[in-house]
Write a protein that binds this ligand. Structure first.
Ligand code: SAH
Ligand code: MG
Length: 213
């Protein structure tokens, strides 16, 4: 086993089992859904970042079974809410039931359809957000970043998952469309003058940026 894997297992052994999130993962497995929920340490970081920023309007792009949705909702202050975009109606329904079971049913709104359509719809409704979690189809990451900058309130946080694609991003021999898109996303996160940011290499990589106020 790699040093990274041993360290990840050690960290999980320090925490008590998260019964709610483990049940979500078991449900994902039983339904033969992809087992690609966010890494546990990054899930805890999502909760912390929502808590620390005091974000009230949180937008998630890519819901799957609601694992990251629960992490985001756990950080919400009273009155805060989560809007989650998911293309698969079955996944969105399962995520909704998991958020309900976790006690966040009245704080979350799922929108089913391609996220780019839902984002345009949210803009037409005049919605703005304090926190974005980008975790859907990788080829659209640069466009999701554009939308986050467009719909973000001053000081909004923008977090993106899977920015390393298990080593493929850092491998100069590889250049598939999704790899090229994530590279563009990472380079823009690092260099856009409107953002302060960091790219974290643990697990499958996480981008954390803040729109300048
Ligand atoms: N954020 C989740 C994992 C998301 S996996 C968690 O950590 O718990 C990626 C999700 O994005 C999948 O559920 C997939 O159906 C969804 N997705 C893929 N393409 C999409 C699109 N164009 N619009 C919205 N959702 C999309
Ligand atoms: Mg992910």
């Amino acid at each position: 086993m790699s040093d990274e894997k041993i360290s990840e297992q050690y960290v999980e052994s320090v925490y008590a089992e998260d019964v709610v999130l483990e049940k979500v993962k078991a449900g994902i497995r039983n339904r033969n859904m992809p087992e690609i929920s966010i890494a546990p340490g990054y899930g805890r970081l999502l909760t912390l970042l929502v808590l620390a920023s005091g974000a009230r309007e949180v937008l998630e792009i890519g819901a799957l079974g609601g694992y990251s949705g629960i992490c985001l909702a756990r950080g919400l202050a009273p009155g805060g809410r989560l809007t989650s975009l998911e293309v698969d109606a079955g996944f969105a329904g399962f995520a909704r039931s998991n958020l309900e079971e976790a006690g966040f049913g009245d704080r979350v709104d799922y929108r089913v359809g391609p996220a780019l359509d839902s984002l345009a719809e949210l803009e037409r409704e005049g919605r703005r957000f304090d926190f974005f979690f980008i975790d859907a189809d990788k080829g659209n990451y640069p466009r999701y970043l554009d939308w986050a900058i467009r719909l973000g309130n001053p000081g909004a946080l923008i977090v993106g998952d899977n920015i390393l694609l298990h080593g493929r991003i850092a491998d100069p021999e590889i250049s598939s469309p999704s790899v090229r898109a994530i590279r563009e996303f990472n380079e823009r996160i690092a260099s856009d003058p409107r953002l302060d940011s960091t790219l974290l290499p643990a697990y499958d990589g996480l981008a954390v940026a803040r729109l300048k106020a």
